[in-house]
Ligand binder design. Structure first.
Ligand code: FAD
Length: 521
């Protein structure tokens, strides 16, 4: 069987791709791999695309594993070949082909999503064991409806898999308190690049555990994660307030994220928007939380510039809490924030509705075609030291007309991130900012083209490099080992050593373009 697969991809060039006759042989391959799941060489469309919509490739086969055993069999088969690679695909929401394998095997981890769901109590704490291929939105719904529990740390959008976000970091407005999702996991089951099935945690196989968290899929395929949970609140008061000055916005946001637990909001994020009425994707209309809420521009100070800033916060509460208790807690905190008077928007929604808030965006974007259009997104971590310079040049000048979608900016705390994981952060300081430029290329008349956004992203990164800003790309995308070395900086040797230990042939996650496949040791 291996010889059969090898014939397809000798040089990884188009001539070595499988012919239709060869594809017809797939039932034989399936038989020799003895998978419980499926293997498909004909209809691999899903595996050659991602949410970014800028890269396509043709994999050899799309495999839908049924179990860790299946995953291990496929990885072992690839190890025995001279050049096959294996990409785990979560929900394919990468931007730059990170979950692809050109001419290789793509494993659709969604097929394993039902394998695990169990609440576990350990050392006085509560966790839920979930599959690497599970969608966070399903984890949320089951945890809340069956146990009234919920993970503590989220992403803004939940149509992403557990394995996909844990391979990066998983960041949202709760990360200032609990750290990213990678810091809210107690144990993983991982299939390494050698095809070994290993359980790992802080004490057992700890190098694999910390390596896999934020490891860009380089060290193993996550088949189970033990995720920390807490009692789920019933309700959320969701609030947006507007600032004219970046300095005021950052001072308030930093004050909130450095307050002790119980003395701040439960969620803190922020975004930049264009100071313009007639821009539905970038301007004033993006701020109100309810269509009935008006945006009163007469409140904006005359001194305001091309962009304004919105601080977005939320407070959890129970239905049994007296309304005056919630009002008091919210008003006490808001009273300390110096936002533009009366520029406040608020709604009360259920906790599940709040966490699924981006689902509404997905539904309408699918309806108008935006979801399937290219998304040249740029995500970065920028240190507090340099965020004012970033604002002055990037937000106020380069992006004064927006990106055709959200431009997030909010502070995070380094002490909540575990330096033993593989995630790369800016070099200095306790506070750094997440910056996410999430442009959509359709359907508004003013929407920028994909080409424009790509070149704008390059200019922004170049500006940061030229000016010596302390930053790292989040969801990084580089083409050469040299660039990756620079990205990881002093962590590079640890990253490369972990690769040697757990995936010495560089079988896994070839779409990240970090290591080249080695034919044999
Ligand atoms: P994929 O894109 O399928 O895979 C990503 C990488 O992980 C690939 O290298 C793949 O090989 C690897 N991988 C996938 N599954 C596994 C596994 N089981 N084991 C090991 N490796 C695996 N990120 C945030 O942090 N916060 C946000 O708020 C946020 N919002 C987003 C909103 C949208 C609409 C989109 C499109 C993305 C968002 N992201 C956010 C980014 C997102 O976290 C990453 O793109 C993530 O990788 C997507 O998960 P996925 O399941 O689609 O992974």
């Amino acid at each position: 069987m291996i010889a059969y697969l090898e014939r397809f991809i000798h040089e990884n060039d188009s001539e070595s791709r499988p012919t239709d006759d060869e594809k017809d042989q797939l039932p034989n391959i399936r038989h020799s791999l003895d998978l419980q799941g499926t293997i498909n060489c004909v209809d691999t469309g899903l595996a050659g695309k991602d949410f970014g919509g800028m890269y396509t490739c043709e994999p050899l086969a799309l495999i839908r594993p049924a179990s860790p055993d299946d995953v291990a069999r496929v990885v072992k088969a690839a190890c025995r070949s001279p050049n096959l690679t294996v990409a785990a695909r979560g929900n394919g929401h990468s931007i730059n082909g990170q979950a692809m394998s050109d001419g290789g095997l793509v494993m659709d981890m969604r097929s394993t999503e039902g394998n695990h769901f169990e609440v576990v109590r350990m050392n006085g704490e509560t966790f839920v064991d979930v599959s690497g291929g599970a969608l966070w939105e399903d984890v949320l719904k089951r945890c809340v409806s069956e146990y009234k529990l919920a993970p503590r740390s989220w992403t803004d959008y939940l149509g992403l898999t557990v394995g996909g976000t844990l391979s990066n970091a998983g960041v949202s407005g709760q990360a200032f308190r609990f750290g990213p999702q990678t810091c809210n996991v107690a144990e993983l089951d991982v299939v390494t690049g050698k095809g070994e099935i290993m359980t790992c945690n802080e004490n057992e196989n700890s190098e694999l555990f910390f390596g896999a968290l934020g490891g860009l899929g380089q060290f193993g395929i996550v088949t189970r994660a033990r995720v920390a949970v807490q009692p789920a609140p019933d309700m959320v008061r969701w609030i947006r307030v507007v600032y004219a000055e970046f300095e005021d916005f950052t001072r308030c946001a930093e004050w909130l994220v450095t307050r002790p637990e119980g003395e701040s909001f439960d969620y803190v994020e922020g975004f930049v928007f264009v100071n313009s009425v007639d821009d539905p994707a970038n301007g004033w209309p993006t701020v109100p939380l309810d269509p009935d809420q008006g945006f009163d521009p007469s409140r904006i100070p005359r001194t305001a510039g091309s962009v304004l800033y919105c601080l977005e916060v939320a407070l959890h509460y129970q239905k049994t809490d007296h309304p005056s208790t919630v009002d008091k807690a919210v008003n006490t905190l808001l009273g300390r924030l110096g936002f533009i008077e009366d520029m406040k928007f608020q709604v009360d929604v259920s906790y599940v509705e709040f966490l699924l808030r981006v689902k509404h965006v997905e539904v309408s974007a699918r309806a108008n075609g935006t979801w399937d259009a290219p998304h040249p997104w740029l995500n970065m971590f920028v240190s507090k030291r340099d965020i004012a310079d970033f604002d002055r040049v990037v937000f106020k000048r380069m992006l004064k007309n927006g990106v055709g979608g959200p431009m997030l900016v909010y502070p995070l705390l380094r002490s909540k991130w575990d330096s033993r994981t593989s995630v790369a952060l800016p070099a200095d300081g306790e506070i750094f900012y997440l910056v996410a430029l999430l442009g959509f290329t359709m359907p508004y008349p003013k929407a920028p083209s994909a080409e424009k956004l790509v070149s704008q992203n390059k200019e922004i990164v170049q500006f940061c490099v030229n000016e010596g800003l302390d930053f790292k790309l989040y969801l990084p995308h580089y083409q050469s080992e040299e660039e990756w070395r620079r990205h990881f900086g002093s962590q590079w040797s640890r990253f490369a050593e972990r690769k040697d230990s757990f995936d010495p042939l560089a079988i896994l996650a070839p779409g990240q373009k970090i290591f080249k496949r080695v034919s044999h040791l």
